[in-house]
Design a protein around this ligand. Sequence first.
Ligand SMILES: Cc1cc2nc3c(=O)[nH]c(=O)nc-3n(C[C@H](O)[C@H](O)[C@H](O)COP(=O)(O)OP(=O)(O)OC[C@H]3O[C@@H](n4cnc5c(N)ncnc54)[C@H](O)[C@@H]3O)c2cc1C
Length: 380
Amino acid sequence: MFSFTEEQKLLIQSVTALAKEHLAPRAEELDETESFNTVAFKKMAELGLLGITASEKYGGANLGAFETTLVMEKLAEACASTTLSYLAHSILCVNNIHANASEAQKQKYLPKLISGEWLGGMAMTEPEAGSDALGLLTKAEKKGAKYILNGAKTYITNGPGGDIFVVYAKTGPSRKDVSTFIVESKFPGFKVSKKLKKMGMRASPTAELAFIDCEVPVENLIGKENDSISHMMKNLNLERITISGISLGITSACLNYCSRFVQERHQFGKPLSHFQMVQERVAEMATHLDAGRALCYTAAQRFDSGDTDSTLGAKCKLFTAQMGTHAGIEAIQLLGGAGYMKEYPVERYMRDAKLMEIGAGTNEIMRIIIAKSLLNLKEK
Ligand SMILES: Cc1cc2nc3c(=O)[nH]c(=O)nc-3n(C[C@H](O)[C@H](O)[C@H](O)COP(=O)(O)OP(=O)(O)OC[C@H]3O[C@@H](n4cnc5c(N)ncnc54)[C@H](O)[C@@H]3O)c2cc1C
């Protein structure tokens, strides 16, 4: 349906091979034990994937949203939760620093993040500020050569084990007085307060973080004080487009698994694939997947050509997130009792897919973004 350049075909081939060798065989075990796939991250570093959008001078691959979405899809076909951690590292942390930080900050942080020596994440959400991201309460006060951060963040991907976090904090009285800081986990006052247990995406570690008089050198402020809203929104748009690749990958995994299963499993003396109600489910899933791909790939290509319309990212994420969960539930139904059993992967696909309707902005927030733009509804 979409045509790819020779470079993109090679990228797809190498990512598919990596996923087959290092993600797929461990997906079930890592889900069960809630463990992080360190080996896969090392292999991703070797392929240059950890800095997929960053320039080559920092060790990156200098690719765009389109290629990133393709990579997310191929990795998530094998293990969606490792892919979520990969997204937090490569897009929420590395891309954010690459797009907005000073040259000195990039020189200091990007090479080690991209080589895989450091694990990165991004901390925006707080216990009292989720969908209302600008309602954040974490404060940063300048004292001499340091900012002192106080507050809490929650649901932070790569929180346990992460070395470098892009952290949003309030630096003034207005809702829009938000600034961004690069915080190292070894800075005094930084604490992983709790590792969180989850229903899905279990190979992706998630934590609550506490900042208790956390000392951040002034040179770790990204850009200017009180000036983070625009880059926060641009990052969120890229996050929503590329994270949609994870829903594409999960849907593709559901479709592949079910297509094989319904041809092999016999009832009433025939393969399940001979029953029209089974055919309908598979045909619908395949059609949704192609529609999701068309929307995501188009949004990613438009992002790469400089289109700043954030409704495209919202549409992409809304459509594919719902598609992924639906595919997971349909896959369970197509497998019958086997679908409900842990020894088959489709219940994991469904648990992983559900996160996509919540993370990076819920379905409801995506609908609000789209409706606000269509109906000319301005923020008060
Ligand atoms: C596994 C996981 C990983 C995550 N990783 C990160 C991360 O790395 N970094 C980070 O900063 N955050 C992360 N998040 C946080 C995520 O972005 C938030 O959970 C999400 O934005 C929703 O916020 P909330 O959970 O506080 O829900 P709430 O905002 O409390 O929403 C609860 C419900 O109310 C609805 N709602 C809220 N406001 C409205 C409204 N105006 N109109 C209609 N409905 C509304 C929501 O849609 C939702 O259904 C992660 C979350 C999860 C679960």
